[in-house]
Design a protein around this ligand. Structure first.
Ligand code: AMP
Ligand code: MG
Length: 348
């Protein structure tokens, strides 16, 4: 009858002869363990988490399906805080703040800031100058964040005009130079879309397959709802209540971004003064549009295009959208009529 030691010995001999079997067993055990961990923590189809926060001067919301891992949401909020510290116009020592206070000297910026400026330059070209991040001197004068309803003096807007224009900005690798010490930039028309794209990249790399990132109405979806059901995104009635939806659109992994005056404005003597400015004259755009919604794969593209199209107006905006692949738009005019690009999948 074999003794215990015989087996032990046989086993030891077996293992000495085939050390790779031990290695394979170890790898297999680790694989099973990690599968179990991710399965227990992340892959529960009925699990669902969501949370809200306040970043970029707006309410943000995250919703993840198929996971109960709060760390993912915490990490996203942490990333939002980092982007805010990098891209805010008003936060001292942000990249944008340093560019705007560089007094004509070159400034080294992060890869994210350089990527955003490159994208902004692309949309300046595509929109024929309608999208221009150097509108910042006008943004400062109007100060819609704090302005209780005072129209700035025409002379101060006229005086700012010479300090606006993308030709004043140069990007060479990660070095940014503003030729004019009184020129400045504002990434408010594109940053939220860019950040949403980065957050989605992170979540997808962590195995998230369903959810959405809502940065103050800039929606970026991940996959579909559980059960392969597309997300039904409501498009807000301009100047209506937040819950007043004028149309809905079904999407699967796409970004839905809207630009509209109602997001930040004041009314004076029957005129609405709002935050989307015409780079050519420094005044809020008045062209009969009440909002523009862009559907696209990338939220940075959607964000830049919604602002661009709002400035361009219905005809030029629609023409731009029709010239681009993989992008659709819905324009709403002041009379609340809907005008959509040829492939816009409007639900009702
Ligand atoms: P959005 O809500 O994405 O349309 O962005 C509007 C924000 O972009 C404003 O609050 C300004 O910070 C900035 N902005 C205003 N006018 C322009 C413009 N013509 N081009 C680029 N950014 C702009
Ligand atoms: Mg925008």
């Amino acid at each position: 009858m074999p003794r215990f030691n015989d087996y032990k010995h046989k086993n030891a001999k077996f293992q000495t002869c085939f050390p790779w079997i031990r290695l394979a067993r170890m790898v297999l055990t680790m694989l099973l363990l990690s599968l179990c961990l991710s399965g227990c923590r992340r892959q529960d189809p009925s699990a669902q988490i969501s949370d809200v926060g306040f970043y970029f001067d707006t309410v943000v919301e995250l919703r993840l399906n198929g996971t109960d891992d709060q760390n993912l949401i915490d990490k996203c909020f942490e990333k939002m805080g980092q982007y805010e510290a990098l891209l805010s116009r008003t936060r001292e020592e942000s990249d944008v703040w340093r560019i705007n206070h560089s007094a004509g000297e070159p400034v080294e910026v992060s890869d994210d800031t350089a990527a955003l400026i490159t994208l902004a330059e692309k949309y300046y070209e595509l929109s024929d100058g309608a999208f221009d991040i150097t509108v910042a001197p006008y943004v400062t004068i109007w100060d819609f964040q704090n302005n209780p309803g005072k129209v700035p003096a025409a002379a101060s807007i006229a005086a700012a005009r010479v300090h606006v224009g993308l030709s004043l900005l140069h990007l060479d690798g990660n070095t940014v130079t503003l030729d004019d010490p009184r020129a400045s930039i504002d990434l408010g028309g594109i940053a939220k879309g860019y950040i949403a794209d980065r957050l989605k990249e992170y979540l997808v790399s962590e195995g998230v397959t369903s959810g959405y990132i809502n940065l103050g109405g800039n929606m970026l979806t991940i996959g579909t709802k559980p059960g392969d059901v597309p997300w039904n995104i409501g498009i807000r009635r301009p100047f209506g209540e937040a819950s007043d939806v004028i149309a809905t659109v079904k999407v699967d992994g796409l970004s839905v971004v809207t630009s509209g005056p109602y997001e930040r404005y004041f009314e004076k003597d029957g005129t609405i003064y709002h935050h989307i400015l015409n780079p050519a004259d420094g005044y809020p755009v008045q062209n009969g549009l009440a909002s523009v919604t862009i559907l696209s794969e990338s939220s940075a593209d959607g964000d830049a295009l919604s602002t661009s199209c709002f400035v361009l107006g219905l005809d030029r905006g629609l023409k731009l959208i029709e010239s681009l692949d993989g992008v659709e738009a819905l324009f709403i005019t002041d009379d609340m009529k809907l005008h959509s690009s040829s492939g816009f999948p409007i639900s009702d």
